[in-house]
Design a protein around this ligand. Structure first.
Ligand code: FES
Length: 122
């Protein structure tokens, strides 16, 4: 497998905003594509596992709908938890104070790429 895999250009994600990806080449423990969220804040991108730390279900009920009404926070559509785009910390909701699991990304020549693969244990 190649060293890094490009997901998209930074400019393909709203600022601030978020976009979801299903990684067909990285299966979870159930054999399903790993679902991640890439968030953008200005010229920075952050990667998160698409799983709410409250009930471990994806944040988006409607595919790729991650932002709350203010357009500033990630929203768990199941119970309304709000997470910061840059730290993944939950500010309100049933998992307040907990954090999304990060997923390592890097930015190269305006492209968001997967930095390395997280350990599949867990
Ligand atoms: S599953 Fe996200 S707040 Fe309950």
């Amino acid at each position: 497998m190649e060293d890094s895999i490009a997901l998209c250009a930074l400019t393909e994600i709203d600022d601030p905003g978020a976009k979801g990806f299903d990684l067909d080449f990285h299966l979870d423990r159930y054999g399903r594509p790993l679902r991640i969220i890439v968030t953008r804040l200005g010229d920075k991108a952050f990667g998160w596992i698409n799983s709410c730390p409250h009930a471990w279900v994806p944040l988006d009920v409607e595919p790729d709908q991650f932002m709350d009404m203010t357009g500033q926070f990630l929203l768990c559509a199941n119970h309304g938890a709000a997470f910061t785009l840059g730290s993944g910390v939950c500010l309100r909701g049933p998992c307040k104070g907990r954090k999304l699991m990060s997923f390592p990304l890097k930015l190269e020549d305006g492209m968001i790429k997967i930095k390395s693969y997280p350990d599949k244990e867990g």
